[in-house]
Design a protein around this ligand. Structure first.
Ligand code: SF4
Length: 399
């Protein structure tokens, strides 16, 4: 049986790397254990040094901004003369063929069955790209939270210690700036979700951040989950979408302990919302923030500056939107052309220019507080985009 180590790379682009635990490799770990393997997790969040590793297979799970760190891990493993099969998985490997130049195997899509197959057939040589059908969600064990130091991830909702959960995989929308690793949308049943919440409670948490792309996709399921959350006085937070929210949904959420919602507003300009195929309107975003306020739920607006077509006028519209709607908080970031997204694949179809020929550098937006922009539009230079972002953040960042 091969020795397997799963690594979570550091995320130096985050203000605090010890907030949300790396659930992706916790899922892989639990799945491998279900089939009798004994993987170890090395969690490098916060910039910890790579420890001694004795493994036949090393799996690195990487988002796009983490990829630079993943390459450093690869270099260190090779530099130490460790003769392990180096596997990269996660969103970045799925969205770009680039990783196959560096790692022995790139796992495309959901990694559970791929890692199991690699472990079962080790040391057979596999193709450099490896994709297996996604697992049936009802067969998935809960993420192996006990394999990491889950309590060193500090996240609080209304003073209650909280942790993350993912209750669905995939998103039915196609925003032109977004990369998704899922082929289709699948939701865990309400019963499965409630059982996982119970496990989280046993671990000592009384707050939950639902990390699904959109938590409210299925109203019947949502209401069943809300009923349990209410019965347990759990406080929680999730991401919602303005075009499918209703007053009924917000009311049930509020009465079951929801304290905060994140909303992918992106911009206050309808022109840009249409360009990026967001499928929402400025009015819907406005109403969602108002509804949340009406029922005592804090709202956080996620805003991107520098999307295709961005101009002084559209930035003024975003500023006006934030002024008028007054979300409790906002997260304002420069646009990053993530790989394999409609905009990154077809920049000539958009009013956007990538100013960095090596897109690997463009994927790393910089340290918090000193962001840079790798794009410009016909109206705004990269410097103007960063300046506008900084100005808006100064005005509207609250928490
Ligand atoms: S930005 Fe959100 S709503 Fe749009 S495709 Fe991505 S996950 Fe789905």
């Amino acid at each position: 049986m091969p020795k397997i180590t799963l690594i979570n790379p550091p995320s130096p682009f985050l203000i605090d790397q010890r907030v949300f635990p790396p659930l992706g490799i916790c899922y892989i770990s639990a799945y491998l254990k279900k089939y009798g393997y004994e993987p170890k997790i090395v969690d490098l969040a916060g910039g910890k040094k790579l420890p001694e590793i004795d493994a036949d297979i090393i799996g690195v799970s990487s988002t796009t901004p983490q990829y630079i760190e993943s390459l450093k891990i690869l270099g260190e493993v090779r530099g130490r003369g460790i003769d392990a099969l180096m596997v990269i998985g996660g969103p970045h490997a799925t969205c770009t063929p680039d990783t196959s130049k560096d790692f022995d195997i790139s796992v495309i899509g959901e990694g559970e069955n791929a890692m199991l197959d690699i472990a079962m057939h080790y040391p057979t040589t596999f193709s450099r790209f490896f994709k297996k059908p996604p697992p049936n969600l009802y067969m998935l064990p809960f993420p192996d939270r006990k394999a990491i130091n889950i309590h060193c991830y500090k996240y609080f909702i209304d003073n209650e210690q909280a942790t993350t959960m993912i209750t669905s995989r995939g998103c039915p929308y196609n925003c032109a700036f977004c990369s998704s690793i899922y082929d289709r949308v699948r939701l865990h049943s309400a019963e499965y979700v409630i059982n996982e919440i119970k496990e989280i409670q046993r671990l000592g948490f009384s707050g939950i951040m639902f990390f699904d792309d959109i938590f409210i996709l299925n109203k019947t399921r949502l209401f069943k989950i809300c009923e349990y959350l209410k019965s347990q006085s759990i406080v929680w937070r999730c991401f919602i979408r303005a075009n499918i929210v209703s007053e009924e949904i917000i009311k049930v959420m509020a009465h079951s302990g929801c304290k905060e919602v994140g909303i992918g507003v992106e911009t206050g300009s309808q022109k840009i919302l249409d360009i990026i195929n967001k499928g929402t309107t400025v009015e819907q975003n406005t109403r969602t923030i108002e509804l949340a306020r009406k029922y005592g739920i804090r709202s956080k607006a996620f805003i991107i500056i520098g999307l295709p077509g961005e101009s002084k006028e559209t930035i003024a519209e975003t500023e006006k939107f934030l002024e008028k709607t007054k979300p409790d908080d906002s997260d304002i970031v420069p646009y990053v052309p993530y790989p394999n997204t409609p905009i990154a694949n077809n920049p000539s179809m958009y009013d956007i220019k990538f100013n960095e020929s090596d897109l690997r550098k463009a994927w790393f937006k910089g340290q918090p507080g000193s962001y840079s922009s790798m794009v410009s539009t016909s109206s705004l230079s990269a410097e103007e985009i960063v300046k506008a972002r900084d100005r808006l953040e100064k005005r509207f960042k609250r928490w």
